[in-house]
Design a protein around this ligand. Structure first.
Ligand code: SF4
Length: 306
């Protein structure tokens, strides 16, 4: 099947992007593997006309927003993100109406419609820098309350209004898991994702995005690591650092949506060129501005919301 996929990919002039949480066999066949920010940046620079995005819907939408002339295919069309689904555009507009002076920062884990009414997007890797850089004292931060409170600690001079959404996968890690991990693996470095609960983030050695975790594992002198994020990243960490040991914090936590894309889905998508991501042009243009503001560190671009 892998050979057939490679042949179909060549024939279609396609490139395969995969998120770090995808199934191991999808990670291995991908041309580019990364977190949301890396994949957003890569999708803009690709020369191929067809992007097959192995991830969840908001990620494929992000690729389409940034590369409107390309065909973007999401092999598993029902792979959504429950965190992204916690907020609807009317709810964000309502919040913006209550805080008219606030700058709206939306995590990249949002629909195109939410991005379209945000000033700037962020990922877990650059959220603190984006909020710090916001040209307003008050910041509406959607939709992840855990990432938001972690950012608030690092940027105390901003008044952050947090949406109460959360990622059900990261929410499952508990403070007790930290004690148990230290008992089982003394000396191991504990690294968790900022979507984890505040008490978990507070008790970890490092709070990092998935890209940050990969970097830390490469650079640290530690030999054992306890990882508090979706289990798919551990596959990549082990593959890239075979001499080190990686364990999940507590029980392995799995994002069902990230595991929906199979090799069969990928083969079908390459064979048929379906299902294609489509976004109304007005929404796409507005969302592109918020995403470009994220990718450009000097993003002061008032007027993104109109
Ligand atoms: S791990 Fe959480 S935030 Fe990421 S896609 Fe799954 S539900 Fe959404």
């Amino acid at each position: 099947m892998k050979d057939r996929i490679s042949r179909l990919k060549r024939e279609a002039g396609a490139v395969i992007l995969a998120h770090n949480y995808q199934l191991p066999e999808i990670q291995e066949i991908a041309d580019h593997l990364g977190d949301s920010l890396e994949l957003a940046r890569i999708s803009k620079q690709l020369s191929e006309e067809v992007i097959v995005f192995c991830g969840v819907r908001f990620m494929a939408e992000t690729a389409k927003i940034l590369s409107p002339d390309k065909k973007v295919i999401l092999p598993s069309p029902d792979a959504g993100c429950p965190l992204a689904d916690t907020i609807e555009p009317e709810q964000l507009r309502d919040l913006q109406g209550k805080h008219p002076e606030a700058w709206t920062v939306s995590y990249v884990n949002t629909s195109a419609a939410i991005k379209a009414i945000s000033d700037v997007c962020c990922t877990s890797g650059n959220a603190a820098a984006v909020v710090k850089n916001a040209p307003a004292e008050e910041v509406i931060f959607v939709p992840d309350r855990n990432l938001g409170s972690w950012v608030q600690k690092q940027v105390p001079d901003k008044r952050m209004i947090l949406w109460p959404g959360f990622c059900y996968v990261h929410e499952l890690f508990r403070a007790e898991d930290l004690d148990e991990a230290r008992r089982l693996h003394p000396g191991a470095e504990i690294i968790v994702h900022p979507e984890c609960r505040p008490e978990v983030a507070a008790g970890a050695d490092y709070v990092l995005s998935t890209a940050g975790m990969l970097k830390r594992a490469r650079e640290s002198s530690a030999k054992k690591f306890i990882i508090g994020t979706e289990i798919g990243l551990i596959h990549r960490l082990k593959r890239e650092n075979p001499e080190n040991e990686f364990y999940s914090l507590g029980n392995a936590r799995i994002c069902v949506n990230m595991k929906k894309t199979t090799l069969s889905d990928l083969e079908y998508a390459l064979k048929t060129g379906e299902p294609v991501i489509q976004i109304p042009e007005e929404t796409r243009t507005r969302a592109a501005r918020a995403l470009e503001n994220m990718i450009n560190p000097d993003y002061h671009n008032p007027g993104a919301v109109s």
